[in-house]
Design a protein around this ligand. Structure first.
Ligand code: NDP
Ligand SMILES: CC(C)CCC[C@@H](C)[C@H]1CC[C@H]2C3=C(CC[C@]12C)[C@@]1(C)CCC(=O)C[C@@H]1CC3
Length: 345
């Protein structure tokens, strides 16, 4: 039977590279590109079909940062498919990134230099905003929208006799010290990206605890440092091109500089080939590239604990109730307003 695979943020970067790799791996699979920008999604679909002429590639409109869009997209998925084999939760943003140059120069001469290049610890801050649902945008996009998607798709993801997988594209930038359980949306800090990625690590652990018995398995990956629209938002592309030889040099010391989307998608692809029972719920699977040019996947322990992941899971469930209520009130208001307009006409 054909495998159904959904990839969020599939129109560029690591998501698109993953789609390409999956179609090369299994020409029978049914791939669904879940994207907010349908023009770019069409372009991605055409590019994939150029190399894989007979492939089944569907498009789904999904703005994972909008509650209404997630609910509508999930309805559409339930109407189209009777099961989901893989749901890759890959869409992500890092708005208004700022590199702390002084911390970077200081770090260059410290013993922590390799770790600094691998994780960007102490180097990066972002400016976050509120979205139209009243949620912090980074939290809503990188974490909550995906959580809501899983909740909505539970009838397909948790079926007796069938195993489903969700895979989070996390980051080496995920850090416990950037996350505060009392402020899970990171309203008050300057590292919303790091916080949201750490939250996804914890949520994956909680999902495994609650859902493995219902056939749903969750994993977390880190793609390494990859040249994509996201990294071109941190420093301009010409700068990255100039320092490329240095980056190749750094790769000898930290294999995390995977650099191309193809390499970055290594762990996502590797997980597609693994049996879920063989995976470690507490591990993050890293895409790595050695100095000699070999791609490989390596599990590394995550800095997560059961207790905090459980608190986060409960808080997300509570927030889900709140946003659903707010949305139905908003929709009822809109309907009443529309009715009023029709009547006065
Ligand atoms: N590049 C890197 O070095 C690293 C990246 N990552 C993670 O990898 C993932 C993919 O990023 P990457 O390929 O690098 O960057 P890209 O910017 O190329 O890809 C991000 C994708 O997410 C989509 N997206 C963003 N916001 C939304 C939204 N609200 N709804 C639906 N789709 C959305 C983008 O679509 P659109 O075209 O509409 O913007 C795009 O397709 C992200 O989660 C990122 O955090 C992790 C570690 C390192
Ligand atoms: C190579 C140098 C001369 C200059 C690069 C310095 C920094 C801009 C980069 C060093 C480590 C990088 C890094 C990321 C962004 C760019 C760096 C800070 C990420 C945060 C990008 C997104 C992620 O999810 C993880 C990356 C970790 C490493």
């Amino acid at each position: 039977m054909e495998k159904i695979v959904i990839v969020t943020g599939a129109n560029s970067g690591i998501g698109l590279a993953l789609c390409e790799r999956l179609l090369t791996e299994d020409s029978q699979l049914r791939l669904c590109l879940a994207c907010r920008n349908m023009q770019r999604a069409e372009a991605a679909r055409s590019a994939l079909l150029t190399c894989h002429t007979n492939a089944s590639v569907d498009l789904l409109h999904l703005d994972v940062g909008s509650v209404q869009s997630v609910l509508t997209a999930a309805q559409e998925v339930k109407a189209r498919y009777s099961k989901i084999d893989f749901l890759y939760l890959n869409a992500g943003i890092m708005p208004n990134p700022q590199v702390d140059i002084r911390a970077f120069i200081k770090g260059l001469f410290s013993r922590n230099v390799i770790n600094m290049f691998a994780t960007a610890e102490g180097l990066l801050t972002q400016q976050d905003t509120l979205n139209s649902d009243g949620l912090q945008e980074v939290f809503a996009t990188n974490l909550f929208g995906h959580f809501l998607m899983i909740r909505e798709l539970e009838p397909l993801l948790c079926q007796t006799g069938h195993t489903s997988r969700v895979v989070w594209t996390s980051s080496s930038n995920a850090r416990r010290s950037a996350f505060n359980i009392e402020d899970m949306q990171h309203r008050n800090g300057t590292e919303p990206y790091s916080s949201s990625k750490y939250a996804s690590d914890m949520l994956s652990l909680a999902l495994n605890r609650h859902k493995n018995s219902q056939g749903l398995f969750s994993s977390v990956i880190c793609p390494g440092l990859v040249m994509t629209n996201l990294t071109y938002g941190i420093l301009p592309s010409f700068f990255w091109n100039i320092i490329m030889p240095i980056m190749w040099l750094i790769r000898i010391f930290t294999n995390t500089f995977t650099l191309t989307p193809y390499n970055g998608a290594e762990a996502l692809h590797w997980l597609f080939l693994q049996k879920p029972e063989s995976l470690d719920a507490r591990a993050k699977y890293h895409s790595l590239k050695s100095g000699l040019g070999t791609n490989y996947t390596q599990p590394r322990p995550m800095d997560v604990d059961d207790e905090m992941s459980e608190v986060l899971y409960k808080k997300l469930l509570k927030l889900e109730i709140v946003v659903r209520r707010q949305l139905s009130e908003k929709n009822a208001d809109n309907q009443a307003h529309q009715q009023y307009l029709n009547e006065t006409k």
